[in-house]
Ligand binder design. Structure first.
Ligand code: KG4
Ligand code: ZN
Length: 348
C-alpha cells in the first residue's frame, strides 16, 4: 500500500517547516526560517519566532502543496509538533494544525519533536552516511541549537527512551555562544567550523563536561557545555588581558574538538554498554564536518553502524513530523484527541 498522505507542521524553534509525505515517500519539505531576524540578538528570540511562524505558515503550506502536487482535500491526516520547544512558537503550529484538521475534517496527530528527528530517517532517500533501511533498535544522538539528547529507539511509534540530555546549554547553543565570544557572527556553528579548519585542535585542552568518574552514576548519558563555554571565555579574557592577540583559529578548533569528543564518547558508550551496534545522528549540528569525520572513524573502530540522514532532513523540518504520523497510521494507532496543547517540555 502506498501509505497515508500526511501534511506535517513543525514550529518548535525558528524554522517553519511544512512537509508532505505518502507513507515513507517524501513529496515536499519546505522551510521558512526566521534565522536572519534573530541574528542581531545572537540567538533565537521566542516572540520573534512565534510571530514569524504566524506569518510564514499559510504561504509555506501552499508552497508545500504546490511542490507535492496535491490538494488539501486529498490529505489523509495532519500532523504537528506538540513539543518540546519554545512554548509560543509551538502554540502557533498547534493552533494552525487544529484549525486545518477541523476544517478539512481530517484526523490530527501530535508528534514529539525529538522522535520526529528519528522518524525522518524512514523517508526513502539516500542517507548521507549508511545504506539500506533504518534498522532498530538504534541509539540516536540529536544535536541542535535547541537540544542535545541521547535516545534508545526500540520502536519508532511505541518505544523510545530518553537516555540523557544536556543539563544546561544545547551543543548548537554552545557553538553560537562561543562564536560570539570570538567575535564571529550568528549562527556560530558554521563560522566555528570554517575558522577551525586552520587551527590546531590540540592547542588548548578544554574540559569535557560530565565525563569525570564522579559524574558517571547520575549523568552517565547527560551532557553539559556551560563549563566548556566558561573555559573558552577565560582563555579569551586571559589573552586580551595580557595584550596578546586571541588565537581564534586554535580556540575554535580546540573548542570544536571538545564538543565532538564528548558527544561521541557518550553516544558510543551507550551503544557499547547497552549492546546496540547502531548509531543515528540528527539535528542541525550534524552539519559540522569534524563531528561527521570523527563519528565515521570511531563508529568503524567500535563496530557500530553509523547512519546520518541527508542534511535537509537533519535540521528541523515538517517532513519528519509527517513521516512519524504516517508510521503511526500504518501501525494502526488512533489520532490524537483534539484537546492536546503545546508542551514546551514534552517528554519522549
Ligand atoms: O537543527 P537546527 O537547524 O535548528 C535548531 O536548533 O532549531 O540547528 C541549528 C544549530 C545552530 O545552533 C547552529 O549554530 C548549529 O546548529 N550548526 C552548527 C553547524 N551548522 C549549524 N554547529 C556546528 N557546526 C556546524 N557546521
Ligand atoms: Zn530539532
Amino acid at each position: 500500500s502506498p501509505g497515508a498522505l500526511v501534511l506535517g507542521i513543525e514550529t518548535s524553534c525558528d524554522e517553519t517547516g511544512i512537509g508532505i509525505v505518502r507513507g515513507t515517500e517524501l513529496l515536499a519539505n519546505v522551510i521558512a526560517s526566521s534565522m536572519d531576524e534573530h541574528a542581531r540578538y545572537g540567538g533565537v528570540v521566542p516572540e520573534i519566532a512565534a510571530r514569524a511562524h504566524l506569518e510564514a505558515l499559510e504561504p509555506t503550506i501552499h508552497e508545500a502543496l504546490r511542490v507535492a502536487g496535491v490538494e488539501l482535500a486529498e490529505l489523509d491526516a495532519v500532523a504537528v509538533t506538540s513539543g518540546p520547544g519554545l512554548a509560543g512558537a509551538l502554540m502557533v503550529g498547534v493552533g494552525a494544525a487544529k484549525a486545518l484538521a477541523l476544517s478539512l475534517e481530517k484526523p490530527l496527530y501530535a508528534v514529539n519533536h525529538l522522535v520526529g528527528h528519528v522518524g525522518a530517517d524512514v523517508l526513502n532517500h539516500e542517507p548521507l552516511v549508511g545504506d539500506g533501511e533504518l534498522e532498530l533498535p538504534t541509539i540516536a544522538l540529536l544535536v541542535s541549537g535547541g537540544h542535545t539528547s541521547l535516545l534508545y529507539v526500540r520502536d519508532l511509534v511505541s518505544d523510545v527512551e530518553l537516555l540523557g540530555e544536556t543539563i544546561d546549554d544545547a551543543a548548537g547553543e554552545a557553538f553560537d555562544k562561543v562564536a560570539r565570544l570570538l567575535g564571529l557572527p550568528y549562527p556560530g556553528g558554521p563560522e566555528i567550523d570554517r575558522v577551525a579548519a586552520s587551527g590546531d585542535p590540540t592547542a588548548i585542552r578544554f574540559p569535557r563536561g560530565l565525563t569525570a568518574s564522579k559524574d558517571q552514576e547520575r549523568h552517565r548519558y547527560d551532557f553539559s557545555f556551560s563549563g566548556l563555554k566558561t573555559a573558552v571565555a577565560r582563555h579569551v579574557e586571559a589573552a586580551r588581558a595580557a595584550g596578546e592577540e586571541v588565537p581564534v583559529a586554535d580556540v575554535a578548533a580546540s573548542f570544536r574538538e571538545a564538543v565532538v569528543d564528548v558527544l561521541l564518547t557518550k553516544a558510543l558508550a551507550a551503544c557499547v554498554e547497552l549492546g546496540v551496534p547502531r548509531l543515528l545522528l540528527g539535528g542541525g549540528v550534524i552539519a559540522n564536518r569534524r563531528l561527521r569525520e570523527v563519528a565515521i572513524e570511531r563508529c568503524a573502530d567500535a563496530g557500530v553502524a553509523l547512519r546520518i540522514p541527508p542534511l535537509a532532513l537533519c535540521t528541523d523540518n515538517g517532513a519528519m513530523i509527517a513521516a512519524l504520523a504516517a508510521q503511526r497510521i500504518a501501525a494502526g494507532y488512533p489520532p490524537s484527541e483534539l484537546g492536546f496543547g503545546a508542551d514546551s517540555t514534552l517528554p519522549v
